[in-house]
Design a protein around this ligand. Structure first.
Ligand code: FES
Ligand code: FES
Length: 188
């Protein structure tokens, strides 16, 4: 087959419609099927809270909650999420009505440039829910324990997919402990 025959077909994007709930609102988009969830949120819905740090699933800056579970939105296609419920940092809390994690990050100075912060906070929200449900981590000594202690090591391990180039890790840890109802002083 000649190049001239193939070119028009290859250049035409395959569009598809997808409907999902974003921050409590039903949204319907017509997107190129190759559009990631991150790009759908940022470029189509103008929700710029989720950040594009690496676009390769390595930094966690794009973390959002999908049906309450944290995911990196750069590694999944928007069209895979028909009927799903997505929460971005914009949906967790608002100025004047901050989510406890947002308030704790402010109180503990858990950021410097702030680029990783929306992902850190969404990830922390998902992480605390996972812990509450008894999910173990690689740092868990006794995976059969009825209640896994949420030690500093547990939090660090569970948040290890979220990188901070400003290295605000000690304050991020303190903020998560505070919001999780744990002591923010000393190492557990
Ligand atoms: Fe998705 Fe880095 S932008 S993990
Ligand atoms: Fe700058 Fe984390 S606060 S990358």
């Amino acid at each position: 087959m000649s190049q001239q025959t193939l070119a028009p077909e290859l250049s035409a994007p395959a569009l598809a419609q997808v409907s999902f709930e974003v921050n409590g609102q039903q949204r319907t988009l017509s997107v190129d099927t190759r559009t990631t969830l991150l790009d759908a949120l940022r470029e189509h819905l103008r929700l710029t809270g989720p950040k594009k740090g690496c676009d390769h699933g390595q930094c966690g800056a794009c973390t959002v909650l999908l049906n309450g579970v944290r995911i990196v939105s750069c590694l999944t296609f928007a069209v895979m999420h028909e009927g799903d419920r997505i929460t971005t940092i914009e949906g967790l809390g608002q100025p004047g009505a901050l989510h406890p994690l947002q308030a704790a990050f402010v109180a503990h100075d858990g950021f410097q440039c702030g680029y990783c912060t929306p992902g850190q906070i969404c990830s922390a929200a998902g992480m605390l829910a996972e812990h509450e449900q008894g999910w173990p981590s690689h740092a868990t000594a006794d995976v059969a324990a009825e209640k896994i202690p949420l030690s500093d090591a547990e939090i660090r391990e569970r948040m290890s997919g979220n990188l901070c180039r400003c290295a605000a890790y000690p304050n991020i840890l303190a903020a998560i402990k505070d919001a999780g109802g744990l002591s923010s002083g000393g190492g557990a």
